[in-house]
Write a protein that binds this ligand. Structure first.
Ligand code: AMP
Length: 604
């Protein structure tokens, strides 16, 4: 299969025709200085050919036929920087999607217009193949509200869509997957901090495969020190510059995006190689640039380790992350307290490439593994595009799935049953639940947090190997605890809670979660929908003619399951889905339809 990846920047275009499974390039082209008299293009790194004055459209119309010749293109993947509120997964491009991307231009005035020109030109030149948009922001759609919200007046922020979106999504997702794969572990068991350090730079906390915090915000300007971008600056400093230097928005934009970062600090440009060379010769500004760069990143790693409740792997990627052993060494100093121990020999000798994309640079006994991983954004985009193009044909959009509202409840192990209900006590069925073999019990328990208590939670049977208490978001505030959103069964490092039963009290050090929304499916259902266990899908729910889309719905497939989607009480309330039967898992009149498979990156 050949996927053409189109990456249109404001003044440059990169085109890669590649195999999405292996990343092997069939052919590539680049266009420089788009929109100026000096515009030129080169194929496979060959001689530059003039395209004087060509804009994106003219450039692509000239370059695509020259690049492709007789070569087959099965699918086109477009990098789109900003997906706004709407696009939290790759999407097949049609006229409506194109218009929606155009409507997002105010959120990303430097990036989306170029991306859009690429889409228009490529659709005109290749009208008969599927075009897919892959968004930089999409991987970060799973950021919890507390991480994506700025402390600005809510009405104003909502009106302008101002929140943290995050960028470099395909790269963070790709290197996190590659790292897990190289370690031979399931990404769903790992807490990974990915440091994408290129000319643009960002760091992401990836909790069990999902982005939960990232350093770039509404725009790709926030966070780390970058080639020419400032990253974090006190907003008050900007007000001072506006007042004292008379700078307006455009001037500030230029200052912060083009004249700051490593370039502004060092005074010798944005290329770290030059800055490292000068620093070694004693240049004070270059030394300072490196110190600020590394300090900022170390600060973020510490913060993200706290967000994740610990870290299993730290990954370095992109131009600086893959190539500068010095930067990795400086950043990783004094992280012993996280169990991160760099092996300096491995660090110095680490070389990664597309052919050999990963290297471990930590000592053998380092609790936190340290890795260098070669990113390949074009392959990430190609794989997402190919998967969506293939899945789109398979998805069964017609079958409706019953919804169950999952009220707060507990699962107990045998020992806890004995402590709460007395030695030798057995769980007694009260009524069967929709999932085969599961039942609500006669027994109920009370749960007690530091701020309050909730009485009468139904125990679900049969007994399990570990305790698990599932509550809704609003319950957290009543109890005064901060419970993570988790898949059922995944209680490691979750929140503590006290259980009270008729025979005694048990203090759990972990086990309290907000259950992630999910669909139970029998393998036959999964085959019909074209999805697999652990896929993440979007689901359209329509109740009383009101269409609502739930993203980030986990698919769970087992021969033991009956087809059913589980929402917690808050989510059901938000969707105005009300149970018609009282109970722990109450079926409702609402129904869901599998809207679109959300492709998670899988290596070929
Ligand atoms: P990227 O945006 O991922 O292409 O990264 C580009 C940046 O990586 C360049 O501007 C350099 O600052 C940096 N870089 C590339 N190679 C090296 C190297 N060998 N040593 C230090 N920095 C490098």
């Amino acid at each position: 299969m050949n996927v053409l990846v189109v990456n249109c920047g404001s003044s440059s275009i990169k085109l890669d025709l590649l195999d999405p499974a292996t990343g092997v390039r069939v052919k590539k082209a680049s266009v420089e200085r788009v929109g100026s008299e000096g515009c030129s293009f080169a194929i496979d790194g060959g001689d530059a050919q003039a395209l004087a004055g060509a804009d994106h459209l003219a450039a692509l119309k000239a370059v695509l036929p020259a690049l492709l010749g007789e070569l087959r293109v099965d699918c086109v993947g477009h990098r789109v920087v900003h997906g706004g509120e709407r696009f939290n997964a790759p999407v097949r491009i049609d006229d409506e999607v194109e218009a929606a991307i155009e409507a997002l231009v105010p959120l990303a005035p430097l990036h989306n217009p170029g991306n859009l020109s690429g889409i228009r030109a490529a659709r005109a030149v290749l009208p008969d193949v599927p075009h897919v948009a892959v968004f930089d922001t999409a991987f970060h759609a799973t950021l919890p509200t507390r991480a994506k919200t700025y402390a600005l007046p809510v009405e104003l922020a909502t009106k302008h869509g101002i929140r943290r979106y995050g960028f470099h999504g395909p790269s963070h997702q790709y290197v996190a997957n590659r790292a897990a794969e190289a370690l031979g572990e399931d990404i769903r068991d790992l807490r990974i901090i990915t440091c994408h350090l290129g000319n643009g730079a960002s760091v992401t906390a990836v909790e069990y495969g999902r982005s939960v915090e990232t350093s770039m915000g509404l725009t790709p300007l926030e966070g780390l020190v970058m080639g020419t971008r400032a990253g974090d600056v006190d907003a008050g400093a900007l007000l001072t510059l506006m007042r004292e230097e008379g700078l307006d928005a455009d001037a500030l934009d230029k200052l912060l995006n083009k004249e700051s970062g490593l370039a502004g600090l060092s005074g010798v440009g944005n290329d770290l190689r030059d800055i490292e060379a000068r620093a070694a010769e004693g240049d004070e500004r270059c030394r300072l640039a490196i110190q600020v760069f590394c300090h900022r990143l170390r600060k973020y790693i510490g913060a993200y380790a706290a967000v994740l409740g610990g870290v299993d792997v730290i990954v370095f990627t992109a131009g600086i992350g893959e190539n500068s052993a010095t930067i990795r060494h400086r950043v990783l100093q004094r992280l012993d307290f996280l169990g991160a121990r760099l092996d300096e020999d491995k660090n110095r000798s680490a070389r990664v490439s597309q052919a050999s994309p990963t290297a471990v640079i930590s000592e053998d006994h380092s609790r936190t593994r340290l890795m260098v991983v070669a990113t390949d954004e074009a392959q990430a985009i190609a794989a997402e595009s190919a998967k969506l193009a293939a899945a789109a044909d398979k998805v069964d959009g017609g079958t409706r799935i019953p919804i169950a509202i999952s009220a707060r409840h507990v699962h107990l192990n045998r020992q806890t049953v004995a402590l709460l209900f007395g030695e030798g006590a057995e769980l007694t069925p009260y009524k069967p639940l929709s999932q085969p073999g599961q039942f609500a019990c006669e027994q109920k328990v009370n749960i007690i947090g530091p701020k309050g208590r909730i009485d009468g939670l139904r125990v679900l049977g049969p007994v399990r190997s570990q305790n698990q208490v599932e509550i809704a978001r609003t319950d957290e505030f009543k109890l005064g605890v901060d419970a993570p959103v988790r898949d059922s069964g995944d209680t490691a490092q979750s929140a503590p809670i006290t259980l009270e039963g008729p025979a005694g009290t048990v203090q759990l050090t972990e086990g309290l979660i907000c259950a992630r929304r999910h669909i139970h499916m029998h393998p036959d259902d999964a085959a019909r929908f074209g999805v697999a266990d652990k896929d993440v899908v979007e689901v359209a729910v329509d109740t009383d003619g009101r269409d609502l889309i739930f993203g980030d719905v986990l698919v769970r497939v087992s021969p033991k399951y009956a087809l059913e989607m589980h929402l917690d009480t808050d989510e059901a309330n938000a969707a105005e889905i009300t149970p018609d039967v009282e109970g722990v898992l109450a079926p409702t009149h609402g129904s869901v339809r599998l809207l679109r498979k959300r492709t998670e990156f899988v290596h070929g």
